[in-house]
Design a protein around this ligand. Structure first.
Ligand code: UT7
Length: 335
């Protein structure tokens, strides 16, 4: 069985907030944010909901693949900022698309959410349970930011990205309808992990109990982060994860055309490139205009690359996400 990404899409909210805009409302500067992170602006949702952004990204991925929503067997959304506790963002996307034949659910793996969702879809597709999956990362992070905490709120943005993934049986009539079949092997290898013991270094508490036993309910909670601990985690875990996934795929760093990393911080990306002894030009960047959009960052960047024509059939690409949980996940794909 060959599992391939056959379409991509993304949606970024209409409103753009620059570092200078933020400096008008808090004690920060373009110089501090850009030099520490590489971020210059981000999109923030105003009217857009997580489900709206996700379904717009999904629509574009379906359009890119030329596939109707009725052909989708499953929808998985990586998100920590769904609009509702229930229904899931994935069920809302199903409704908005009219993807009546799909099973739909969310995955909470923070910034690794899209990669976890992709791996989950891969497992269903490779075992023949389903054929076509919409895999998304969608976040409305600005609603869980403490806008008085300059050390976190300047880092994040909102948006959604989608990949349409399909399984092809080698040699089948169905597969032979696609002229590129036999020329690419699709998703080659995955590697992922979690470290719950370190989870509190990047956390956002959920709703708290407000039953009659509680004296002072409704304490609001926002994202809280030990930035330096997350930084140390990222620059050690990501290169190790990439080495492991390359080993599983039986190829080396030199075989990779692009490393599509979670877009948290330019310094993290540069450090990963250095540790892998890979040319930093192989690490495309979108955080300059998107900020950190958690689960959405990898699929949004992938879609930007796809639409710019950067991805050619046969190119080998590494994708890697890391973040809250703590969680991480990497994949090697042949485009
Ligand atoms: O998806 C994963 C998400 N998380 C990450 O990727 C985070 C990884 N960590 C980082 O990217 C970096 O740790 C940060 C960019 C978050 C922070 O950079 P840093 O070099 O670790 O700065 P710091 O936290 O040590 O703060 C240095 C100074 C402090 O001032 P003092 O105490 O030295 O006077 C902060 O108060 O910078 C100050 N500061 C700011 N100044 C201007 C913190 N935030 C800001 C700000 N503007 N927005």
């Amino acid at each position: 069985m060959i599992t391939r990404i056959i379409g991509t899409g993304s949606y970024l909210p209409e409103h753009i907030i620059t570092n200078d805009d933020l400096a008008q409302i808090m004690d920060t500067s373009d110089e501090w944010i850009a030099s520490r992170t590489g971020i210059r602006k981000r999109h923030l949702a105003k009217e857009e909901t997580t489900a709206f952004m996700a379904s717009e990204a999904a629509r574009k991925a379906l359009e890119d693949a030329g596939i109707g929503a009725d052909k989708v067997d499953m929808i998985i959304v990586g998100t920590i900022t769904g609009d509702y506790i229930t229904p899931s963002a994935a069920c809302q996307v199903q409704d908005k698309l009219g993807a009546v034949n799909a099973v739909a659910f969310d995955i909470n793996a923070a910034c690794a959410g899209f990669m976890y969702a992709l791996h989950t879809a891969y497992a269903y597709l490779q075992t023949g349970i389903y054929k076509t999956a919409l895999v998304l990362g969608a976040e409305n992070l600005s609603k869980i930011m403490d806008w008085t905490d300059r050390s976190t709120c300047v880092l994040f943005g909102d948006g959604a990205g989608a990949a349409l993934v399909q399984a092809f049986e080698e040699g089948s009539q169905w597969a032979s309808e696609d002229e590129t079949m036999g020329k690419t092997r699709g998703l080659l290898a995955f590697e992922q992990g979690s470290d719950g013991a370190k989870g509190m270094v990047l956390n956002c508490r959920g709703r708290q109990n407000n039953n009659p036993l509680i004296e002072n309910p409704f304490v609001p909670s926002y994202v809280s982060m030990d930035g330096q601990e997350v930084y140390k985690f990222a620059v050690s875990t990501v290169p190790a994860s990439i080495h492991r996934v390359l080993e599983k795929a039986g190829i080396g760093v030199e075989d990779i055309k692009y490393f599509v990393l979670h877009q948290a911080n330019l310094r993290i990306i540069q450090s990963v490139a250095k540790r892998l002894k890979a040319d930093v030009d192989k690490f495309p960047v979108s955080l300059d205009h998107c900020g950190n959009i958690s689960a959405a960052s990898v699929p949004v960047l992938l879609d930007e690359m796809n639409r710019k024509g950067m991805l050619k059939q046969g190119d080998k690409i590494v994708m890697s996400g890391f973040g809250g949980g703590l969680t991480w996940a990497s994949a090697v794909i042949e485009w």
